[in-house]
Design a protein around this ligand. Sequence first.
Ligand SMILES: Nc1ncnc2c1ncn2[C@@H]1O[C@H](COP(=O)(O)OP(=O)(O)OP(=O)(O)O)[C@@H](O)[C@H]1O
Length: 599
Amino acid sequence: MTTTATTVDSLARSFRRMLVAAGDEAPALRRSLWLFAAAAVVEGLALGCLFPLFHALLATPADGAAAARWLVLMGALVALEGALRWWANGSFTYSHHYAQVGHQLRLRLGEQLRRMPLEKLYQRRTGELTATLAGNVDELTTPMGMVSALLLRALIAPSVALLVVAYWDWRLALLLAALLPAAAWLYRRRRRALAKSMRRLAAAHADTSAEIVEYVQGLPVLRATNRTGARAERLQTALTRLEEVQRQDQKAGRLPGLLFASLVEVGLWLAVALGAWLVASGTLELATLAAVLVIAARFAEPLSLFIGVASVFDYMEAGLRRVEALFAIKPLPVAPAGAAPKGLDIAFEQVSFSYEGSDERALKDLNFIVPERSMIAFVGPSGSGKTTAVRLIMRYADPHEGCIRLGGCDLRALEPERLMGLVSAVFQDVYLFNDSILNNIRMGRPDATDAEVEEAARRAHCHGFISRLPQGYCTQVGDIGGRLSGGEKQRISIARALLKNAPIVILDEPTAALDTESEVAVQQAVDELVRDRTVVVIAHRLSTVVGADRILVFDEGGLVQQGRHDELMAEPGLYRRLWEAQQALKSWSLPSSHTPTAL
Ligand SMILES: Nc1ncnc2c1ncn2[C@@H]1O[C@H](COP(=O)(O)OP(=O)(O)OP(=O)(O)O)[C@@H](O)[C@H]1O
């Protein structure tokens, strides 16, 4: 009995989780499920009418009037069942509510991605997120409506019929009820095995999607390095793994599935056999056996398919688990609002930080101030912590020790929207959305007029090349594909920042990867952007920051020197060593055997 109870309970839990996932559409889904359940009860009762009907017909003499009464009642119940089912379908399955569930869920997930700490977001591979937002959401919505209706019908209608059988003959009902624990036990076994294989399947799907996305995105690099084959092997491995998991899944479900179907068939046959024996021995009326026969024939197939229908729920749960894992990530907490920031200086106070899963501290006891309207440069060897420090200013994550203040106010007590309104960032990798150039720039300030966008573009020195594009500002980024150069993209992103007009600007040396001509144009745009603002710039080439108000020298997550360029050059230390190394590089040229003339 406990096995049966736990099975029913675990199915009920699945229904509850499904309702939670339905979000705003849950009331419509709940109403529809109740109506389907009511229809299944009525179906069981309609079939139950067969008992008195057959008794009336097989009585000697046959009781025509009673038979007619039961037939009418049965007809009324069948009509009621149809109406309830019709109403249930109209309430959800064939209504806008069903389409809305997936749509709403994707919107909520999108919102969640927007709010989750960037540290958590970047831990996930793009393909993995695509698999969740596209595939898992569909897996989740599929069983809503039709499949749940089938499941409810397979569970409820035979149970009601069993109660009716019990009313007419307790022995037959007892025999059928005795099969329940065995069926429940088989189903639970199948469910447990399936849940495990579903988790593996969902992980294999996500992994394959991630590999496909990375393969396609990385193709230019792979072709250039002649490693398309090597990466294709990884993709092949992921595909093979997926196929293997699918095969195991089929194998795991086969035996309990077949046993369950056989159990149902054998059970119903046993009931008929017992009935026949009881009729032969004179302790059961033929009319009762006839009714049981019809009911057994009616439910044999849906019941034996029950396990297959129910397993759709296990697919749903595997998808749901991945969706819930995304929803479970909490946004960075915002402490109760303190005093509003006074001024715009940024202060790091004893800040230490480690990335999740890493024992190494990426930042160690950092103490410094970026005064308002000054330009501060972060320099240091690769991996010394410059990017991490900048990320913390934008609240990519919170420091594990210490605190960062903006205008005296702890970043943790600033609303994320407010903080983001105060900061503009220009990175080396510029992301342009597949939209018009106009809208790409307008992202800096969505309510900006076309004229304001154009003004920002002029100041960022990109009006010239935009005007030469086929449709000018209305040109779709997707239509011109890779036609924009690195420098042009940089200037578009500077135009965005100019339009946003935030008082703090963070630059990850935007000219680092450009040729000299682009560099001059981008530098002019940068000069326009940094005027009269608080600026933090990550500098890879020290020559670009000789004019900075202060240079902070990072090494292994700590601050080892700070001062103006001439002060730092006057003392022996990392800065001077880095400077001298870069100067030496400038005078470096290709050995004569590698110059083009020699080729
Ligand atoms: N997402 C991450 N997860 C784990 N460790 C990271 C992550 N990003 C950076 N790190 C580690 O943190 C340390 C500091 O890295 P960071 O990117 O801040 O250095 P950087 O000075 O900006 O380097 P570069 O000049 O090469 O960009 C390095 O040891 C790096 O390997």
